[in-house]
Design a protein around this ligand. Structure first.
Ligand SMILES: [Zn+2]
Length: 467
């Protein structure tokens, strides 16, 4: 997935605050684990998540984890698409587990396109370069390192900690481990809530922290096909009705349509906070829009930034197009695939009805492409989860607000939320906007990784009740 960052700081240079840390807290061992993970290709073509899972399990075993605490699972028929579940049992059986979630797989990277070898961890001028350094191997390495440190320190968690390192987050068509686990082994991943990627941090232009993003909820993807058909005929005798023209009319009407502004608790809270940090005219317009979602002028100002616009509503955009069958024939068929990202409270039927209404009398059909995704309400911002994250953040970054955010993209959280496990993108692990996740020369700042490691270690301890 793409990390969503607080767009309020779009003009800012993102960098990382340095968290204070002890001189020797296992950083050398963490770096070795991270390096091995980045250097193990886990793309969906020739990569091997199972090997990466086994390597991490071996390090955990060396740190004192037993075989029964380490579950390297491999879906049948897919030997390279395995993952790892590591469990550290808590003493308080009245409470469910806390899941530490990250994905092992990465988007493909071609050596010939990259400046440096994508599968060698290169540290240069304060950056770690390599495929997966940001998305999502830093977090995977931090979770494993956190459990290793807790075990080595003899920690006795009250709550069970369950680390789930999955495969197939980036390449859904083959397998998605989380979906597979929910279907085949729901008991393995039972948890009260999950901590995931997708949180963020933003800095002011001078490099000091502005805000931390705590992700609660994601938009939901639903694809549609808009299609026009026609008896066709010889192109030497054009007729007014034409499948390509009908589709073009429908698409241009859809393009002109804007879904209404929607808020939920998370986005209302987010826009209200970001309004106070954002200069005029956008900041004041945000405040007006929160007060009155029907304020058209404020909507126009805020929605001019596509990242804000996408947070405010369902969006639908044509992404694929095909039509016609011969250079000298009137088109019999023309169709477009439309990718919608639904605001969590919008339903697929309502989105389809809005598209049909926007298209009006253009002679096309609109149909949802299966699977039709259920509505995915955002997880609650409970005191236990959100309050604790804020408390720990206040120690690491005093005075910096923690702002709830909703992702406009999608992670494995969407499956877990549907399965009844509230899933949150934790902050502290920062993803710079120029980290180029999924793209060329992916990188993450060394300070960022280390600050995230320090924060997430303390956050895990706080959730697990480790003193
Ligand atoms: Zn990711």
């Amino acid at each position: 997935m793409r990390h969503i960052l607080l767009a309020a700081a779009s003009a800012a240079v993102f960098a990382m605050p340095v968290a204070a840390r002890a001189a020797d807290d296992g950083e050398t061992a963490f770096r070795a684990l991270y390096k091995e993970l980045v250097e193990t290709n886990t793309d969906h073509k020739i990569g091997d998540c199972t090997t990466a899972a086994r390597q991490i399990a071996a390090r955990m075993k060396a740190a004192g984890f037993t075989d029964s605490e380490l579950n390297v699972f491999v879906p049948e028929g897919l030997p390279l698409d395995g993952g790892l579940i590591a469990t550290m049992a808590g003493s308080d059986t009245s409470k469910g587990a806390v899941m530490l979630l990250a994905h092992l797989d990465v988007v493909e990277a071609r050596r010939e396109d990259w400046t440096r070898d994508p599968f060698t961890l290169v540290e240069e001028n304060g950056w770690f370069y390599g495929r997966g350094t940001a998305d999502d191997k830093a977090q995977a390495a931090i979770w494993a390192d956190t459990l290793i440190r807790l075990r080595q320190a003899g920690a006795k968690p009250k709550r069970t900690l369950k680390m789930v390192l999955s495969c197939g987050e980036e390449s859904l068509p083959r397998i998605n481990n989380i979906r597979w686990l929910i279907e085949k082994h729901p008991d393995w991943i039972k948890a009260d809530f999950a901590l995931n990627e997708g949180g963020s941090g933003a800095l002011k232009p001078d490099g000091t922290p502005l805000a931390l993003g705590f992700q609660a909820g994601e938009k939901v993807t639903q694809n549609f096909v808009i299609e026009a058909t026609n008896p066709g005929g010889h192109s030497s005798v054009p007729r007014p009705d034409n499948a390509i023209y009908a589709l073009a009319t429908a698409l241009s009407r859809m393009a002109a349509y804007q879904f209404p502004v929607r808020f939920n608790d998370v986005t209302k809270n987010m826009f209200a906070s970001v309004a106070t940090m954002t200069p005029a005219p956008v900041g004041p317009a945000m405040a007006r829009l929160v007060a009155n979602p029907g304020d058209a002028e404020a909507n126009a100002i805020v929605s001019a930034d596509p990242r804000f616009g996408s947070m405010l509503r369902t969006t639908c955009v044509a992404t694929l197009l095909e039509g016609g069958h011969a250079i000298n024939a009137l088109p019999q068929r023309a169709k477009a695939t439309v990718n919608c990202r639904m605001f969590p409270s919008d339903k697929p039927d309502e989105v389809k009805a809005a598209l049909v209404a926007a298209i009006g009398d253009a002679p096309v059909t609109v149909s949802a492409i299966p699977p039709v995704n259920p509505v995915n309400p955002p997880p609650l911002l409970s005191e236990e989860v959100f309050g604790t994250a804020k408390k720990v953040a206040a120690k690491h970054w005093p005075g910096i607000p923690v702002v709830p955010t909703m992702s406009t993209g999608a992670t494995d959280g969407r499956f877990l939320i549907q399965a009844g496990i509230p899933t949150y993108g934790v902050p502290g692990f920062f993803a710079e906007p120029d980290n180029n996740a999924h793209g060329l020369n992916e990188r993450i700042s060394v300070k960022g990784v280390m600050a995230g490691r320090a924060y997430l270690f303390d956050l895990t301890k706080a959730y697990a009740g480790v003193k």
